[in-house]
Design a protein around this ligand. Structure first.
Ligand code: GSH
Length: 218
């Protein structure tokens, strides 16, 4: 039996959604965040990185969302949610499967980290630190994130990230879009909010929310 080690309000929600789309039975072991928003120490007992998601299936333990998605599709997908390998859509699919965690999430995560000065920083340093953080935001992160949002908006011209068909690339890309939508907003990029509306209306997405517990992005 598959078990997903799932941290509340996190990107591991995607794995539950994929399992619902595939109709594969699974257990969920839920973990709550610490007040610091980090994962609890029990996650380290499952995998040394202490992050979520982690999948266990028999003897196998897999961390990293992209690897888990690939495992589930290879083992249980029966060709579903992946474009045929001889089509150009297959490489769009591969691109977005990796893009989600490789290029999309790092600037969004950094933006979140820089959005508040950590507790314990002495009061006289705080204004200087705030200015430095703002400069990183303005010069580095905001232009990069605007570029990402434009890129996604263009990529969705055919309806989905890999082309005209829904695929597991859309499952992977859901979290960067949800995080960007909640933390930053989309500006004048209508395909991004349309994408979120479409995925949130899927019955598998709704079923995964019931299994996963608190999720602030839907
Ligand atoms: N690239 C990894 C990122 C894993 C990750 O950072 N997970 C977050 C959940 S959003 C987490 O476990 N955070 C808790 C922590 O860092 O302590 C993946 O996609 O699996």
């Amino acid at each position: 039996m598959i078990t997903i080690h799932h941290l509340e309000n996190s990107r591991s929600q995607r794995v539950l959604w994929l399992l619902e789309e595939l109709g594969v039975p699974y257990d969920v072991k839920r973990y709550e965040r610490l007040p610091s928003l980090q994962g609890p120490p029990e996650l380290r007992a499952v995998h040394p990185l202490g992050k979520s998601p982690v999948l266990t299936d028999g003897e196998l333990t897999i961390a990293e969302t992209g690897a888990i998605v690939t495992y589930l599709l290879d083992r249980y997908g029966e060709g579903r949610l992946v474009p045929p390998q001889d089509k150009p859509e297959y490489w769009r699919y591969q691109h977005f499967l990796h893009h989600a965690e490789g290029s999309a999430m790092p600037p969004l995560f950094l933006k979140l980290v820089l959005s508040r000065i950590p507790p314990g920083v002495p009061f006289f340093v705080r204004p200087i630190l705030a200015k430095a953080m703002q400069a990183v935001d303005d010069r580095l992160l905001d232009p990069q994130i605007a570029n990402l949002l434009d890129y996604w908006n263009e990529a969705l011209a055919d309806g989905w990230f890999a082309g005209a068909e829904f695929s597991a690339a859309d499952v992977m890309m859901s979290f960067p879009l949800e995080a960007a939508g909640a933390r930053i907003g989309f500006g004048n990029r209508p395909r991004l909010s349309a994408f979120l509306a479409k995925i949130h209306a899927r019955s598998g997405y709704e079923a995964a929310l019931q299994r996963g517990g608190p999720y602030a992005y839907a």
